[in-house]
Design a protein around this ligand. Structure first.
Ligand code: GDP
Length: 296
């Protein structure tokens, strides 16, 4: 399970804190050395770790430990607040256009879970009584269109496709028009991914963005890839001005670094977290809940 190692380590650290009265520099320093190691082992970006530790130290040193609390509890409380802040503080909700349909463009590298997440998001919206339409713009990956159509059938969500011989920009435009004509209030555009970031991919995504002016550009990244996921997010954000991140595969053996670093490094909030292959394995991302989960 994600974060188990980090949670266990932090528990050990805080259990060792002993001082009463005010927290001393020495006590805090020792604990924070361990926290630092735990975060680095969890594959959190080193600069993010450095800033994080500095913030916690500033608040913890000199902090009074009230009678009914242990020093560990006081530090945990500060770490909890700072972890929450690190991941964006409050939940970052999905945009909703005043003039429907709301257009959501899904981007990401091949295999990150873009198509699956498109289906999951459609299901979530459908449950909230919306009428999503999925648009198949991934014309390169063999079977991507079929995959989206199968998901659509399974979920009873319409899929707009034009095969793999039409330009994705034209498909996106036609898909948006189709949604307007058919009263769909959300359009989820499944774009193409590549194995690596390249100029052709970015140009295509920029052209699709230009053509349909999305309300959301969500980047789907695989949490299992750790710092790579963060680097990918940074590159995509520079080129596309993302509005949010979907972090997938949190059910795997991820160490948590991506979840903790993405917002701090890119400025882009995680909006959804996926933890499984099934269609209901997508949840809105709550920084405070994730922080509590990390701290066990
Ligand atoms: P795409 O190339 O980005 O469209 O990736 P897909 O949506 O086809 O997903 C690639 C693989 O990852 C598929 O086998 C999915 O079932 C799997 N996958 C996607 N999201 C998750 C997740 O949250 N957890 C797990 N365990 N697998 C996932």
């Amino acid at each position: 399970m994600a974060f188990e190692g980090l949670a266990n380590r932090l528990q050990n650290v805080f259990g060792k804190l002993r001082s009463k009265g005010k927290l001393s520099e020495e006590d805090v320093g020792e604990a924070l050395r361990e926290v630092r190691l735990a975060l680095l082992e969890a594959d959190v970006n080193f600069k993010v770790v450095k800033d994080f530790i500095a913030k916690v130290r500033e608040q913890a040193v000199g902090q009074e430990v009230m009678k009914s609390f242990t020093p560990g509890m006081v530090v945990i409380d500060i770490v909890n607040k700072e972890l929450t802040a690190l991941m964006g503080g409050t939940q970052s909700k999905l945009a909703r256009s005043n003039r429907p349909p709301t257009v959501i463009m899904m981007a990401g590298l091949q295999g990150a879970g873009k198509t699956t997440s498109s289906g999951k998001l459609a299901k979530m919206l459908q449950k909230q009584n919306h009428r999503p339409l999925m648009v198949a713009c991934d014309i390169y990956r063999p079977a991507a269109i079929k995959q989206l159509q199968v998901l659509g059938e399974q979920l009873k969500v319409p899929v707009f496709a034009m095969g793999d011989q039409v330009n994705p920009v034209d498909i996106a435009k036609a898909g948006l028009q189709h949604a307007k004509d058919n009263g769909n209030d959300y359009v989820i555009i499944d774009t193409a991914g590549r194995l690596h970031i390249d100029e052709a991919l970015m140009d295509e995504l920029k052209n699709v963005r230009e053509a349909v002016q999305p309300d959301e550009i969500l980047l789907v990244v695989d949490a299992m890839t750790g710092q790579d996921a963060v680097n990918v997010a940074e590159s995509f954000h520079k080129q596309l001005e993302l509005t949010g991140v979907v972090l997938t595969k949190l059910d795997g053996d991820t160490r948590g670094g991506a979840a903790l670093s993405v917002k701090a490094v890119t400025g882009c909030p995680i909006k959804f977290a996926a933890s499984g292959e099934k269609m209901d394995a997508l949840e809105p991302f709550f920084p405070d809940r994730m922080a509590s989960r990390i701290l066990g």
